[in-house]
Design a protein around this ligand. Structure first.
Ligand SMILES: [Mg+2]
Length: 304
C-alpha cells in the first residue's frame, strides 16, 4: 500500500461564485491538482472526463442546484466514485441531513474557514486513497502481484458479453507449470514460490496488448484473457510464453521434460454467442491444456 501523497490527488470545485473558487483554490493549492466549474452542467462534464478524487460542490446554484448535481454524479458509473463535500450557506440540521441524504460524505458551511476546509479535504482524500488501496488488494494475488481469480472471473464475464455484442473473437490461455510438485519436493516451497513469481513476471512482460488480463488462477496455474485475436496470433502467443519461461533458465533437475522449468499452455478461441458461457471457454482451454500435457508438456495446444 503506497503512502498518502496529496500531490497525486485531484479536486474539482463547482461553484457559481468565481471569487469563492479563487479563495478555495488558494486554500487547497498544496493538496493536488485543482479543477473548477462555474455551473452544474460544466461540473458534471469535467467530473466525467477527469474523475477527480474529491468534489467541492456548492449547494446554492442555478439552474441546477448542488443537490441535483450530486444525484447525477452518484447515479453515473463514471463519476460515482468521486467523494462529494457540499459547500453551503444554509446552516442547521435540516440542511445537514439533506446534504448527507443526497450522497455527500461531508459538508462545509460558509463563510469558509481555511483550516476547516483544509482539514475536511485532507480527511476525505485520505479515506479515498485507503478505499482505492483496499479495492486493489481485493483484486490482486498477494504472492505474484497478478490479478486474482476473483478479478479474472469478473473480467472474463464483462469481456465475453462485450465481444458477443460486437461478434468478435475472444482467446484464452490456461498456463500450468510443468512438474511443479517435483520442483517443490526438490527445491523446497520457498523456491516454489519464487518460481511462481518468476513465471508470473514473464507472463506479465509477454502480455502487453490493451485489454489483455493476466491472472493467477490458483496454485501453479495462470490464465490470460486475449481479446480480439485470431488462431495465428494466439498460437504465436502460446509459443512465445513457453519460450520466455524456458529462457528464465530455472534449473529443474527432476523434470522429465526439460533441464529448465517449463510450462504447458492450453489455448481456446471462440466468438461468444448468446447460447454460450464464459465457463465453456474456460473448459475448452482446460481441455487444450490437458492435451498439451499429453503431447509431452513444454508446449501449447489450441482448441477452437
Ligand atoms: Mg452559489
Amino acid at each position: 500500500m503506497s503512502a498518502y501523497s496529496p500531490k497525486d490527488s485531484s479536486i474539482l470545485i463547482i461553484d457559481d461564485d468565481i471569487n469563492l473558487i479563487r479563495l478555495m483554490s488558494q486554500m487547497l493549492k498544496d493538496f493536488g491538482r485543482i479543477l473548477f466549474a462555474t455551473n452544474g452542467e460544466m461540473g458534471l462534464h469535467i467530473a466525467q472526463e477527469q474523475k477527480p478524487d474529491l468534489i467541492l460542490l456548492d449547494v446554492e446554484m442555478a439552474p441546477m442546484d448542488g443537490y441535483e448535481v450530486c444525484r447525477r454524479l452518484k447515479s453515473d458509473e463514471a463519476t460515482s466514485a468521486s467523494a462529494i463535500i457540499f459547500v453551503t450557506a444554509k446552516v442547521g440540521m435540516e440542511s445537514e441531513i439533506a446534504c448527507l441524504d443526497a450522497g455527500a460524505v461531508d459538508f462545509i458551511c460558509k463563510p469558509l474557514n481555511p483550516l476547516v476546509v483544509q482539514a475536511r479535504v485532507r480527511t476525505h482524500l485520505r479515506l479515498q486513497q485507503n478505499t482505492a488501496a483496499l479495492e486493489s488488494l481485493a483484486q490482486h494475488d498477494s504472492l505474484s502481484g497478478l490479478y486474482n481469480r476473483r478479478y479474472f472471473n469478473m473480467a472474463i464475464e464483462a469481456e465475453y458479453r462485450r465481444l458477443q455484442r460486437h461478434q468478435l473473437p475472444l482467446g484464452l490461455a490456461m498456463v500450468d507449470i510443468d512438474h511443479f510438485k517435483k520442483y517443490n519436493d526438490t527445491y523446497g516451497h520457498i523456491a516454489g514460490d519464487g518460481a511462481i513469481c518468476a513465471v508470473a513476471k514473464a507472463l506479465e512482460h509477454a502480455t502487453k496488448r490493451p485489454g489483455e488480463v493476466v491472472a493467477r488462477y490458483g496454485g501453479e496455474e495462470f490464465v490470460v484473457l486475449l481479446p480480439q485475436v485470431d488462431a495465428e496470433i494466439l498460437s504465436q502467443y502460446g509459443q512465445m510464453i513457453c519460450d520466455k519461461v524456458q529462457a528464465l533458465e530455472l534449473p529443474h533437475a527432476t523434470s522429465d521434460t526439460s533441464a529448465w522449468l517449463s510450462i504447458s499452455v492450453g489455448l481456446a478461441l471462440v466468438i461468444p454467442n448468446s447460447q454460450s458461457l464464459p465457463e465453456d471457454l474456460i473448459k475448452q482451454a482446460d481441455q487444450a491444456l490437458y492435451l498439451a500435457k499429453q503431447n509431452g508438456r513444454n508446449q501449447y495446444h489450441l482448441l477452437r
